[in-house]
Design a protein around this ligand. Structure first.
Ligand SMILES: *Cc1c(COP(=O)(O)O)cnc(C)c1O
Length: 431
């Protein structure tokens, strides 16, 4: 056995061990593309090991680090909680960080969402949302209502139920067609409101009402399924059709929550309250993993009336105090500032900075909403070349499929934002 001691590794040694032993997201084993080694991160910058090169982070670590890295207030919250306890089980015990967090989430989310299930990742929060919906109908004596309806082009996570409502074509989970539960799919939502598409949604919900437990969608922005935007009016169409046909409505706000689209939650763009809402990603400001599933009194009440009146779900690290304390601090930080102005400022910077991309050969579309900027190509991107181009510009981006996009931290200054947009353009040109 080689010595498993791994402190003080050189960068080449670290990369070799990484390649041999460590899975990366959506990666092969052993690894084929060499990752960059990050030594530390502060503000909007990632510092690379070895060279000390600093990259401006255009990704907010998959849309989560909205306040930037190593933030004094979040560090303080973590340290303070660490001195009390980093974790205790949540079965039979409770604690202030979890209670405070649940109260904050109820207060800030659309009116009517009252109960909070703290989960340990976005995918698990979607599993819980689906379980809530299926169990609600089962408890009310309608066990046949167990399918889900969604629109194509979505992404809801990588565990089994979420995979079944991800885009079934061309997405990362296409391999599992035939194994996954077969859900009901509508076409991808058009950008602008179209009555004929609204009719398709209404028609599908009506036709499948007897077997549908819920409709689940990402409101206004479809994230990892293709970075597409759509009219908020469709959310009202879904709300009305779901109400008319006894179907629950789930909004997956894991990517869109906490201000990213210019509203605290995307549901606000339509003035709609879903029956169930998932949040994650930016919940802890990118510090640690935590997500939450919120539901209305009606959903909870349905579950409690069943033969099995409990929600049988309870992750070991449910309600983790450390994550909950940081989440509270992150929410306080967000709500304690004029975040709308910051997101607007970033939106303006993205519009200006990405406009030149529209003139580039191979670019199909440039779109911006809130602190989200997207350049869509007319071809599959050369990920390695595009990433290299961005890094050369001093920026970290993670392009995928035919997309180069950025979701910068809200604290990104104008000069750094200009460098991010320049890097997106460079990646689009060379990818
Ligand atoms: C990232 C994401 C998920 C999955 O969250 P994980 O924490 O990665 O499990 C689910 N839904 C949406 C919309 C997401 O963006």
């Amino acid at each position: 056995m080689p010595d498993p001691h791994v402190s003080g590794l050189s960068v080449p040694e670290l990369l070799e061990l990484d390649r041999r032993h460590v899975w990366h997201p959506y990666g092969p084993m052993p690894g084929r593309q060499e990752p960059l080694v990050v030594e530390s991160a502060s503000g909007v910058r990632l510092r690379l090991a070895g060279t000390g090169t600093e990259l401006i982070d255009g990704m907010s670590s998959w849309w989560s680090a909205i306040h930037g890295y190593n933030h004094p207030a979040l560090n303080e919250a973590a340290r303070d909680q660490l001195g009390r306890m980093s974790h205790v089980m949540f079965g039979g015990l409770t604690h202030e960080p979890a209670v405070r967090l649940a109260k904050r989430l109820v207060d800030m989310s659309p009116e009517g969402l009252e109960h909070v299930f703290l989960a340990d990742s976005g995918s698990v929060s979607v599993e819980v949302a689906v379980k809530m919906c299926l169990q609600h109908w089962r408890s009310l004596g309608r066990p046949g209502k167990q399918r889900l309806l969604t629109w194509r082009g979505g992404y809801h996570g990588d565990t089994w139920q979420p995979m079944s409502v991800c885009d079934p074509e061309g997405g990362m989970h296409e391999l599992w067609q035939g194994v996954l539960q077969r859900q009901v799919f509508a076409d991808p939502p058009p950008v602008a409101y179209e009555e004929s598409y609204a009719d398709q949604l209404r028609g599908l919900i009506e036709r499948h009402a007897d077997e549908l437990a819920a409709v689940i969608v990402e409101p206004v922005v479809q994230g990892a399924g293709g970075m597409r935007f759509h009219s908020p009016t469709y959310l009202r169409v879904l709300r009305e059709a779901c109400d008319a046909h006894d179907v629950l409505l789930v909004f997956d706000e894991i990517a869109t929550g906490f201000g990213r689209t210019g509203a605290l939650f995307s549901a606000e763009h339509a003035g709609v309250t879903p029956d169930v809402m998932c949040v994650g990603k930016a919940l802890t400001g990118g510090y640690m993993t935590m997500a939450a599933t919120l539901c209305t009194a009606r959903v909870a009440d349905g579950i409690s009336r069943g033969e099995v009146p409990v929600l049988a779900h309870g992750p070991t690290f449910m309600g983790n105090p450390l994550a909950a304390a940081v989440a509270c601090a992150s929410i306080d930080l967000l709500l304690g500032q004029d975040w709308q102005t910051e997101v607007k400022r970033i939106e303006t910077g993205l519009r200006e900075g990405l406009a030149p991309a529209a003139e580039l050969p191979g670019v199909r579309d440039v779109r911006v909403l809130g602190a989200i900027g997207v350049v869509q190509l007319d071809h599959e991107i050369d990920m390695a070349a595009a990433t290299r181009a961005a890094v050369r510009e001093g920026v970290w981006l993670r392009p995928f499929r035919d997309l180069v996009y950025t979701m910068p931290p809200y604290v990104t200054g104008d000069a750094d934002l200009a460098r991010i947009t320049a890097a997106v353009c460079a990646a689009a040109r060379e990818g």
